[in-house]
Design a protein around this ligand. Structure first.
Ligand code: ASP
Length: 346
């Protein structure tokens, strides 16, 4: 690690910084200064470490668009003064926040590493200490040419570094809480941290200013298909005023029912100009609307394929694009592009 690296630790809340409330026994956030006393090893790290604490600290179930704008704003304000950023965040919605920030931070050339823990840092068997220390190391790592090793928004958890917008929280119990099923790991921490350099996204040229895009629009509904879904309920959701996009969480390789009741609702949406994006409920694999007649019917109705996107990346990409463009035609154009490594286009 380069001794001159300056890292900003942004503490937003989550289990990593929680302790047990004496009266109720539930986990509640505590002041960040106590985290430093819980991890004395931090004082040994050979880089300058500063801390920015959110006020109030939040459980990540309370993450919303204002939170993302505030977080992106902190990075924007401190971008020139620091070499990397570590965001301590609850695990429940960490994949959403990491995905969102990957879109908001345009021309990012510095590491933004999200981490957290399954057990509070004060507990004996905590995973938080390891996650925190290794994340700082990743944020401070530089290549032999002096440029950052991982200039992306990432998630570090249980020895693995993932591209943030490829992650999903899949385990509420195990220390290995995240998975990136459709994209390889960016690094693995053992005795050394081994970087998968071929998979890391580097800018074509360095030295561009960071653009923080704070316009977001949540005029979006997500519909997870289930067999026997009540068509009236579906119609109700889809007729909400102001709706600009719907994410359909489909079966398998992007399949959905073929009855006229269902397809009429979808057809009405697309003919109104509402974007309908097909993302599979299957964590692994890719949407292919040509594979089955049930997928083809969606394609014919004007539904767009979401490739191998996670739901988290699809939701945040749409919030982002709807916020950037008032017309859905431009949104559609970018939706089909791989903007930040979030989808694989063959
Ligand atoms: N509920 C917590 C949160 O997401 C869980 C965690 O931190 O892991 O904020």
């Amino acid at each position: 690690m380069n001794g001159l690296q300056k890292i900003l630790l942004i503490y937003t809340g989550g289990t990593i910084g929680m302790k047990q409330d004496r009266e109720t026994g539930t986990l509640v956030p505590f002041d960040f200064s106590q985290i430093l006393s819980e991890v004395p090893e931090l004082k040994k790290i050979v880089c300058r470490l500063d801390v920015h604490s959110f006020s109030p600290l939040i459980d990540s179930s309370d993450v919303n668009m204002e939170f993302w704008i505030e977080l992106a704003g902190i990075i924007e304000k401190n971008y020139e003064s620091y070499d990397g950023f570590v965001v301590l965040h609850g695990t429940d919605t960490m994949s959403y926040s990491a995905s969102m920030l990957s879109f908001m931070l345009d021309d990012l050339e510095k590491p933004v590493v999200f981490t957290g823990s399954q057990l509070p840092i004060g507990k004996l068997r905590t995973d938080g200490r390891e996650n925190l220390i290794s994340s700082i190391e990743v944020a401070a790592a530089v290549r032999s040419d002096g440029h950052p090793m991982v200039p992306e928004v990432t998630v570090f958890f249980e020895n693995i570094l993932y591209r943030g917008n490829r992650t999903t929280k899949y385990n509420a119990e195990n220390f290995r809480a995240f998975k990136s099923v459709n994209f390889p790991e960016l690094a693995e921490a053992g005795i050394h941290i081994k970087y998968n350099v071929a998979q890391i996204r580097y800018p074509e040229s360095w030295g561009h200013p960071l653009w923080v895009r704070k316009n977001l629009d949540n005029s979006l509904a997500t519909v997870r298909l289930v067999p026997g879904m009540n068509r009236k309920m579906l119609k109700g959701i889809c007729s909400v005023e102001g709706l600009r996009a719907v994410i359909l969480e489909t079966y398998g390789s992007g399949n959905a029912p073929t009855d006229s009741g269902f397809l009429e609702v979808i057809g009405e949406l697309t003919s109104r100009g509402v974007i309908v994006l097909n993302v599979s409920q299957c964590p692994a694999g890719c949407v292919d609307m040509d594979a089955y007649a049930t997928g083809r019917a969606l394609k014919m109705a004007g539904v767009l394929g979401g490739y191998d996107s996670t739901v988290e990346a699809a939701v945040t990409k749409l919030y982002f694009l709807l916020g950037q463009f008032a017309d859905n035609v431009s949104v559609k154009r970018y939706l089909c592009k791989n903007m930040r490594g979030e989808i694989t286009i063959m």
